[in-house]
Design a protein around this ligand. Structure first.
Ligand SMILES: Cc1cc2nc3c(=O)[nH]c(=O)nc-3n(C[C@H](O)[C@H](O)[C@H](O)COP(=O)(O)O)c2cc1C
Length: 215
């Protein structure tokens, strides 16, 4: 039986990013796989501390020497059949938690070798699911495709397969916009957009989960 691990890079366990991951997990389960969500912000861990233990010549490569809550997750990923990186966009980038996670996963499986840079034990199908306030027009205007594309390129390099990508735009951030200083947003427009588009995003996430374990 195949296994999918969905990484939630939002501190919120039930909002936009998590909801899309829940659909992806359901898609994987309906395709006969096991699947689970790992909430990064429930774990106590740091990003890479540049110790380079993973690159020592006299030591096996591919294992991060830092020992914390992320260690068992990194081991589990080696045994998984697919992974999804789910992240909200924070200041035009992945969330800090997701970046710290990627540093640990990718750097420990990367060596500065002229031959083959990755020591990840197999090809691992993956996907990035991004959620953000921005509209699709803003995403293009600010060059976000290229910016986030860096992570997608590293993923292909380390995990051996180009990731699938889903972008959920113009997400609803608060249940009640009137409680927050938020005059740059038109709450009615936000809720109308969500009603129209979020079900399609959920369906696309479901398909990603299903397809990742079916290929
Ligand atoms: C610290 C912080 C920074 C953010 N920066 C951006 C940003 O640069 N661009 C954007 O489109 N949305 C930004 N957002 C909005 C979130 O990306 C958006 O609401 C996302 O869907 C939240 O995901 P969640 O509901 O799963 O937590 C930011 C939110 C926070 C909390």
């Amino acid at each position: 039986m195949k296994n999918l691990i969905a990484i939630n890079g939002s501190p919120r366990k039930n909002w936009n990013t998590a909801q899309l991951l829940q659909h992806a997990v359901q898609g994987a389960k309906d395709a006969g796989a096991t699947a689970e969500i790992v909430n990064l912000y429930a774990l106590n861990f740091k990003g890479c501390t540049s110790c380079f233990a993973c690159k020592l010549k006299n030591r096996p490569h591919g294992t991060c020497a830092m020992k914390d809550d992320l260690s068992p997750v990194l081991e589990k990923i080696k045994a998984a059949d697919a992974i999804i990186f789910g992240s909200p966009i924070y200041f035009m980038n992945l969330s800090a938690g997701m970046i710290a996670f990627i540093e640990r996963l990718f750097f420990s499986n990367y060596i500065y070798s002229n031959e083959i840079p990755t020591v990840f034990p197999k090809k691992l199908p993956s996907a990035f699911i991004y959620t953000m306030n921005m509209t699709e027009n803003h995403f293009e205007f600010f060059g976000m495709k290229e910016r986030l594309g860096m992570y997608e390129t590293f993923t292909e390099k380390i995990l051996g397969v180009a990731p699938k990508v889903l972008r959920a735009f113009n997400t609803v951030q608060f249940k009640d916009y009137s409680r927050y200083e938020s005059s740059i947003f038109d709450a009615d427009e936000k809720f109308a957009y969500r009603e129209k588009h979020f079900p399609d995003d959920c369906a696309a996430a479901y398909n990603i989960g299903r397809d990742l374990v079916s290929e």
